[in-house]
Write a protein that binds this ligand. Sequence first.
Ligand SMILES: Cc1cc2nc3c(=O)[nH]c(=O)nc-3n(C[C@H](O)[C@H](O)[C@H](O)COP(=O)(O)O)c2cc1C
Length: 161
Amino acid sequence: MVLIVFSSRGGATKDIALKIQEGLRTSGIKADVEDVKNKPDPSAYSTVILGAGIRAGSITGAMKRYWQRNEEELTQRALLLYVSSMARGETGKEYVDSNFSPRLLAHARFAGSCGGRIRLEELSGFARFILKKVASITENQESLDEKSIETIIQTAQSAED
Ligand SMILES: Cc1cc2nc3c(=O)[nH]c(=O)nc-3n(C[C@H](O)[C@H](O)[C@H](O)COP(=O)(O)O)c2cc1C
């Protein structure tokens, strides 16, 4: 059984988690989707997928604490790690590499970025201000990486076979 744990401030990482869940469901694999805030127990699952949104290069403190607390358990299961960010390619990969431990990264069957999206109406006034000031972003942006999402689904499928 698959557990997908997400940490999402703007909703993109959560939507990616739901897409993965749906992709697995169509091939008969049940996946539970949980907010990291609920601190789900990974021990009952054979495959665990962790997903976190990026702000200023970092995942949330809640996701960091979660993988730190469960690191031992996570290395005993099939593990996939993704981040949601506007960066593609190398920078996206760097975000994963700098936000999880070398031990988890070495164990993970997937570690990469699934792209991201910005929906200004779903963000706080402060987040909108930062985006405008630092990145000159004043309009919504959609840049989900469907190919990476598909790779996660396929990798989780083969882990569960
Ligand atoms: C305040 C703020 C800071 C951000 N910083 C970065 C960043 O450093 N690099 C990046 O690629 N994307 C950055 N983004 C874009 C987010 O990573 C992207 O919108 C992602 O999909 C957010 O995931 P979430 O909606 O699950 O929180 C930032 C977005 C916000 C609102």
